[in-house]
Every structure is written in C-alpha cells, then in structure tokens.
Design a protein around this ligand. Structure first.
Ligand code: DGJ
Length: 690
C-alpha cells in the first residue's frame, strides 16, 4: 500500500509495499490528488539506478535505514550487537497518521508519521522488546530524505545572554551534526535545523526543517552520502537505553516542517499548529519581574513601593524572583529549602501578595525545583538525593537533584503544592540554572515532565514559565507544559531584537517573555534609549524588569503609555501571522504581526547599527492584502525613536493611506534612525464610508 497524506499544501508519501521497511518517497509540496495507479507509478519510477561498486540492488532509503540494506550513512536506529536489517510487518493508516511496524531481531519498531492539518510532520518510533533478553538501543532518531537542492543548512548556537544565534553552512559530503549534551537544550541549542535551496530567507526559498521536541540531549544532522541521497536526522542523543523484555522505548517527537516561502513559511505552519494545542487562553498579562529590580534584596519595605509603581504603569502580574526562601541571600546557598524566609518575610508572603492583589495584579513566584545548594537543609538531610557526587563540579554553586527518585519528586511536589495551597500564586517562573553533566539525562527529563504534569493537574489555574539561565530550555515538549518561555537573560534590546527574531521562528510571540530593562543593560553594560527598549519588548509577552522606584516620572509615564499600547494591541500581537522582512542591509531588522483577517498589522522597523547608506531602502510591508487600502501611522509607544536627519519623510507627520500592493511592492521611505532605535508602525484597513 502507498499512503498519501495531504494537508495545507504539503504531501507526504509513504511506500509500505513489500518486506522492506516503508520508505518516505516524498515530503514537500502538495502533489495533488493522486489515484492509486499514480501512486504505484510514482513508487515504481522512484527506484534509482544501481551504481558500480555498490550493493547489487537499488538503494532504498527506508524509515529505518540499515547498514545491512546498504545505507552507510548515520543510522536512525541502532541496536547494540544486532546485525541484519529490520523487516516490514504491517503498516496501518488512521486519518492522517501512518504507523509502519517492522521487526528487527527481537525489537518491534513502530514508526509513526503524522501530518497535522497545518502541514507539520510529527515523527517518532516506539521500540518494543519482544524477546527474552534486554535490548540495548544506542540510537533512536528520525531520518528524513530531503532533495538534492537543499544544500544550505541553517541552525543555531549561542551562549548565555546570546541564545539562538544563526549559523549557515553549505556542507559537502559527510555529516553536519549538532549534538547537545547539557541535559537541557542549553544556550547553544541547535533548536531548529533547516536545509534549503542556497540563499533561502525569511520570505523566500524552499526549506525543510526539523526540531526535536525534547528538553534534554538531542542530535540533529544534515548528511549527504557519497551515494547521493541527503537526509535530515533528528532525535534524542542517547547514551545506551536498555529495554527490558516486554518493555518499550518511545522516542521524542521530531517536528518536521516544509515551506516554499522561506523561514516565515515554517512559522506559518508551526505557530497555528502550536496554537491548536496551546494552554494559553487568556490575554498575556503585562508582567513585572523583580530580578533586575532588586536581585536578592527582599523585604516588604523594599518591595511595597515597587508594587505601587508597577500598578501605576499598568502591570497586571507581579513576579517575585529568586531570593524569597529560607537563607537565600545570594546565589551560593539555600536552593532546595522551599519555605519562605522568616527573617526577611516575618509574616510570610501574605502581606506582599495582599498588596499585589489589592493593586489589581496577580502574583507570581520564582522557583528552581530541580536544583539544590550544598549549603541547604535539604542537602544536609539528604546528601544522597544529588544526581552526581557532592564532589563533582558545581555550576552557579549548585547541584542537581535526582528527580527520577520517587522520594525526591514526591518531596518537591509536596513543597510546591504546599506553597500553591498556602498562597494565591497565579504563576511560577520555573528556572534551571545549570547543565546536568551526566551522560544519560533521559530519566531526569521524564521525571521533570511528570513533576510538572502532576503539579498542573493539582493546580490547573497556575501558569508556568520555562526559564533556564535565560533561554536554555525552549523546546516543543516543554512548551506543552508551560505558558511562557524566558527567551534570554539579556534585556538589552540590541541583543533581544535578534534573539526574539530567531526564537520566534518556532515559538509564537505570546510565549516569548520580553522585558523592558534599565537604560544600561545589566548583562552587556550597553545603554539603550527608552523608545528602543519599549518597541523591542512590545512584540512578545511583554514585561518590565527594572526598579521602577528609581525610574524618573517621565519614564514611568512612557511605560504607562506603552503598557496601554500593549493591552490594546496584544489581541493582534498574540494571534496574528508573524512576518520578518529580509532587508539587504544587515543593520536593519524588520518584523511584524499581521491579523489573520489581514485587516490590521503592527510592524517594527529597527536600526541596530549604522546603515550602509545615508538613505536606507524604503520599508516594504509583507503579509498585507494587495487590494485593501490601509492607513499607515507611527505608533507612540511612549518614547520616541531618535533620528538624525534634516527633514523626515513627509508622510511620517500625519500618516498615509495606500493599497496593500503599494506598501508591499514600493514601500515607504523611513526616517533616518540613529543606531539602536526602532519605530513601531500600525497598519489598519480603511473601510469605505457607508
Ligand atoms: C536565572 C534567570 O534566567 C533569571 O531571570 C533569574 O531568575 C535568576 N536565574 C535568578 O536566580
């Protein structure tokens, strides 16, 4: 049987005839309505020639390609000590899910390929041990063939406060592999691996991409073999997984996306798909986080004025960050002792929360449940609860708890459950500030998921943010359990513009925590003007991370204006289509969000450094309806963008009305923004009178 899955302009063809493991004959542009004879002909014509000095039969790149079948590339599945090749048992199709079952010695492998209504491919294997002896699995990934024209690869790397920096390569023969060994995605997480026709951009080019929905170690690769076929491989990085007789091992889901309209085309599938299962159902509250405002300086006296100021500028959620629990006076101690510090909070957190609630805000709390300081009551009582030896190197002066031990996760659940029962906490910022530094992080990741799931089931109204020293744990499996991700510890808008741009290919803006920080960024020491900070933070789940008691009245008035803009526009910002324009000048970054009905949009035009010409190219707006007439105007976000010019473009003063086609094809001249400035531009349909 040949299965043809079709959705949203994508076709996936799986050939499951015969005894060989089924093969993916096509993943890409929709092939139209093929009848069974067409599919048979497609499969027959797909059989390649047999080259000299090779196996004497046509190479078949199956869903579980095996050495014994002539596949000398990286394996999808490797079973220690098992030779030969898997053989097809049966393939079934239910709706848009094809499950191909094959047997390899005692292992029964069920390979699942689903095509979602948005055209996203979800793939993975379940390996079941039907024998009498344990099976050792050393690789269990998904390998997907991609066409020859996909010769340029984009993936990501980075470091603390500089996550998701793009890197592009054009590998030759061999493997371009990004392996993550942090026990979390980490700051250099490959995140997304995209292969496309060289030169693909945000708006153009054909692209195939993978992402591993897993919060631990992963591997993603692009491989071109001497035989010709190229593949994208993706999965969990395994040490050795032993499957006991009768047991099974399920791989994480690999999320694979094809687009013929560049990287934005990937978002056009991923964002609607994520929104189809998202846990977010309410407007994203403007958040104030206390971290860069007060660090460990916690007391009611210190925080009460901040609460008042936050409410004045329109904050809706007040989050008490690190420093509230017993003995936590700096980052060297006390992790694990999740009880309120009696010295700094003699009456508990109630007086603070009452003030927060009375001011009309909800309360959120920072926790880092998976971690423990050696200088803590928990570590003193349970030194054996550590994941590694107490003598192993600390990281941010802390150790990891062995979450897979039942008593450890029970203890953490009980502590968090008690906090949530005692206080009206609407939100937890769940942090994770170090690598695990163990070869096998799988048990830990599964235990983490269980703990969060258990907590969410017990407290369904409590939202969670995934933070890991900034954006060190952002993936599509944690996203199923959280309502926000902290994209990075840097609030420097210059860094943030890029970090949010690239993180946002996969993650919709409503998830992306994005804060206005101090003028001088704490992470880089760089000074940015307020207008730039406001414009940058507007395009995510916005917040503030600054000591508002030390901010001037003028700047607080600006924040109040900005927060009103955020509240007015967040319906659009958090439901629309994200578009990013490919500006020829790397100093210019343009992005926007267009309403699903294309009647309105909000764009950001940012100049990061000196432009390459005195008159930068006109701003062309993507995603609009060509025939619709739009009013284009600059949004007052509270503080202006600084420009250096004798005269601004005349349209800027009162706005302009133009058809979408003109805005898209001709564009509008921009004011000459100084480096480190951004303009926010609203585009709204002009309805004909009467
Ligand atoms: C790292 C986080 O990324 C910060 O936002 C802050 O919560 C600190 N941890 C607190 O220790």
């Amino acid at each position: 049987m040949i299965h043809h899955l079709r959705a949203a302009g994508v076709s996936v063809v799986v050939d499951s005839r015969g005894t060989g493991v089924p093969a993916l004959l096509h993943w890409g542009r929709d092939l139209g309505d093929l009848d069974p004879a067409d599919l048979e002909a497609l499969a027959a014509s797909a059989v390649p020639a047999v080259p000299p000095s090779s196996i004497d039969q046509a190479l078949r790149l199956s869903l579980v390609p095996a050495l014994a079948d002539g596949w000398t590339g990286r394996p999808a599945i490797a079973l220690d000590g098992v030779d030969g090749a898997p053989r097809h048992v049966a393939t079934t199709r239910e709706g848009d899910v094809v499950t191909a079952v094959s047997r390899w010695a005692d292992a029964v492998i069920a390979t699942r390929i689903e095509l979602t209504p948005q055209g996203v491919v979800l793939a993975g294997h379940t390996i079941r041990n039907e024998g009498e002896e344990p099976i050792a699995v050393t690789a269990a990934a998904v390998v997907l063939p991609i066409p020859d024209r996909a010769r340029e690869v984009l993936d990501f790397s980075g470091r603390w406060s500089r996550e998701r920096q793009p890197q592009r390569v054009q590998p030759g023969d061999g493997v371009w592999l990004r392996e993550i060994r942090h026990g979390r995605g980490g700051h250099d997480d490959a995140f997304l691996m995209a292969a496309g026709a060289p030169g693909f951009g945000f708006g153009t080019g054909e692209v195939w991409a993978t992402h591993v929905a897993w919060s631990g170690d992963t591997g993603q690769w692009y491989e071109r073999t001497d035989l010709g076929p190229a593949v994208l491989g993706a999965g969990e990085r395994l040490g050795v997984v032993r499957i006991a007789p009768g047991d099974e091992h399920a791989t994480p889901t690999v999320v694979a996306t094809w687009s013929d309209s560049g990287l934005d085309g990937l978002s056009d599938r991923l964002h609607p798909w994520i929104r189809s299962w998202s846990t977010i159902h309410s407007p994203r509250p403007l958040t104030l986080n206390t971290w860069e405002a007060v660090y460990f300086d916690h007391s009611l006296e210190r925080l009460e004025p901040l609460v008042a100021r936050a409410a004045e500028v329109g904050v809706e959620r007040f989050v008490l960050d690190d420093g509230w629990f017993r003995g936590r006076t700096d980052d060297r101690r006390a992790l694990g002792d999740w009880v309120v510090d009696a010295e700094r909070w003699p009456d508990g957190l109630t007086p603070l929360i009452e003030r927060v609630n009375a001011a009309g805000m909800r309360f959120g709390l920072w926790v880092e449940p998976e971690m423990v300081s050696l200088d803590s009551d928990l570590a003193r009582q349970h030194p054996d609860w550590l994941l590694t030896s107490p003598a192993a190197p600390t990281w941010r002066f802390q150790h990891v708890l062995d979450l897979a031990r039942r008593e450890v996760s029970d203890h953490l659940f009980a502590r968090l459950d008690a906090l949530l029962a005692e206080y009206p906490i609407a939100y937890l910022k769940w942090d994770h500030n170090r690598d695990l530094l163990v070869d096998d992080s799988r048990r830990q990741v599964i235990a983490l998921y269980r703990l969060i799931d258990r907590l969410r089931a017990a407290h369904p109204g409590v939202e969670i943010e995934s933070c890991a020293s900034g954006g060190g744990r952002i993936d599509l499996e944690i996203l199923r359990r959280v309502d926000r991700v902290w994209a990075s510890d840097t609030n420097d808008p210059l860094e943030r513009q890029r970090i949010q741009r690239w993180t946002g290919i996969v993650i919709p803006p409503e998830y992306l925590g994005s804060h206005v920080g101090d003028a001088r960024a704490h992470t880089t020491g760089r000074v940015a003007n307020l207008g730039f900070r406001l414009a940058t933070a507007l395009f995510g789940h916005a917040g503030i991370e600054s000591d508002l008691t030390a901010v001037s009245p003028d700047d607080r008035a600006a924040l109040a204006t900005w927060s009103a803009v955020y509240r007015e526009r967040r319906g659009l910002l958090h439901s629309g289509r994200v578009v990013r324009m490919d500006a020829a000048d790397p100093a210019v970054l343009i992005h926007g969000v267009v309403a699903p009905d294309r009647r309105s949009a909000l764009f950001s035009y940012a100049v990061l450094e000196a432009t390459d010409a005195a008159l930068p190219a006109p701003l062309r707006l993507a995603g609009l309806e060509p025939a619709v007439r739009y009013r284009v105007s600059v949004v007052d976000v509270g503080a202006p963008a600084l420009s250096v010019q004798d005269t601004p473009p005349p349209w800027l003063k009162a706005g302009v009305t133009l058809p979408g086609a003109v805005l898209q094809q001709v564009g509008l001249p921009m004011p000459l923004l100084a480096p480190g400035n951004a303009l926010v531009i609203a585009v709204d349909e002009v309805r004909a009178a009467g």
